[in-house]
Design a protein around this ligand. Structure first.
Ligand code: SF4
Length: 357
């Protein structure tokens, strides 16, 4: 099995996918790509949330033409999502896209594949092969009868071979399925078979609630095995939510270096403050902090500081007041009404310290 650190490094703009323990966060816009204003505005929101590579659909000539202006106004690598039409791929490449998601076996005649590969080679642009359980090639479906992990691997190898025959190796592969065990199995087979970096995703995973859980189950299992170099959480929600979920997931496996972690207690009969509201407010506040600090929010002082000894900063509720503590040691008492503000100030101070060092 190829651990993510053993995969081939592939450059996408100024980001390298593969060859290290880094897992790059991706998302995809939901705007019409030809609407440059709306697309750029959404990409800026994604960048702010922590998105490192963004994909746009290129389904029309206008969309391909919009790439140039979008690219000029954003700060992260841009990927063109192409289905079938090699002319749109060529136009997107011509307009400066950093990566193309296209399956070479679906482009058609050999000269068309060669044209796309030549254009990618000239500009140092990688290709992502996107295997999807829902759209396997007819010959594979006929062989297996229905989508299987082995069939998905065969599909990946079919497209990989086409590129390798043209001496093209800047390849990234995804093996998406909406069925979690199928996706896990397919990615495992891929990691056992080739060393191209893997783009993880559970496709059509569902809404913010259900999709987050399914993505965490599937992608979490793979990340724990050391599989995956880039991740896209697919949700029927604002794509900013995808990035937030991806960051949280990577944090769980210590695969992100600049994100804070919130520890909050489940509450019990000992609770002395409105902990759920406090935890939600601090969680939202932490979304914009770029420092690996651990913050603890606990409902009472009985076990509070002791339960969160590992936290850099935290609060524990008391009657009408709370304790502010650092590394398990109480530093001062704060009236309940001022608790959240005091904690935010301490978080800011720690983040500043981190940025200065
Ligand atoms: Fe209960 Fe206090 Fe523990 Fe929270 S910190 S679960 S309120 S004992």
């Amino acid at each position: 099995m190829y651990h993510r650190t053993q995969t081939r490094p592939v450059r996408v703009g100024n980001v390298v996918i593969g060859g290290s323990d880094r897992v790059v966060i991706q998302s995809m816009t939901s705007t019409k790509t030809a609407d440059v204003e709306a697309t750029v505005a959404q990409i800026h929101r994604l960048e702010e949330a922590g998105c490192e590579v963004v994909r746009v659909t290129v389904n029309t000539r206008e969309a391909a033409e919009a790439i140039r202006e979008i690219k000029r106004r954003i700060h992260i690598p841009l990927v063109a999502d192409i289905h079938f039409d090699y002319r749109l791929a060529l136009a997107a490449i011509e307009n400066g896209v950093d990566k193309v998601r296209i399956n070479p076996g679906n482009i058609g005649k050999r000269d068309r594949v060669e044209a796309v590969v030549r254009a990618c080679k000239e500009r140092g642009i990688p290709i992502r092969i996107g295997v999807n359980a829902g759209s396997l090639e007819q010959h594979i479906l006929e062989k297996y009868g229905y989508p299987t992990a082995q069939g998905m691997l065969e599909s990946a190898l079919y497209h990989i071979r086409i590129l390798e025959e043209l001496d093209f190796h800047d390849i990234i592969v995804s093996m998406k399925a909406s069925d979690v065990p199928l996706a896990i199995e397919a990615y495992k087979l891929a990691a056992e078979t080739f060393d191209y970096p893997l783009h993880l995703g559970i496709t059509e995973s569902g809404t913010l609630f259900g999709g987050t859980i399914r993505s965490a189950a599937g992608l979490g299992a793979l990340l724990a095995m050391g599989i995956g170099n880039t991740i896209r959480v697919s949700l029927s929600a604002d794509p900013v939510e995808e990035v937030k979920v991806a960051r949280e997931l990577l944090k769980s496996f210590h695969l992100i270096s600049n994100a804070p972690t919130l520890v909050s207690c489940p509450t019990c009969g000992r609770i002395d403050i409105d902990l759920i509201a406090v935890a939600n407010e601090i969680e939202a506040y932490l979304q914009h902090i770029r420092a690996p600090i651990k913050v603890s929010v606990l409902g009472c002082a009985v076990n509070g500081p002791g339960e969160a000894r590992e936290a850099d900063i935290g609060i524990a509720g008391g009657r009408g007041e709370g304790l502010l503590f650092r590394k398990g040691k109480v530093i001062r008492k704060v009236p309940e009404a001022e608790l959240v503000t005091a904690l935010k100030e301490e978080i800011d101070a720690l983040a500043r310290q981190y940025q200065e060092t």
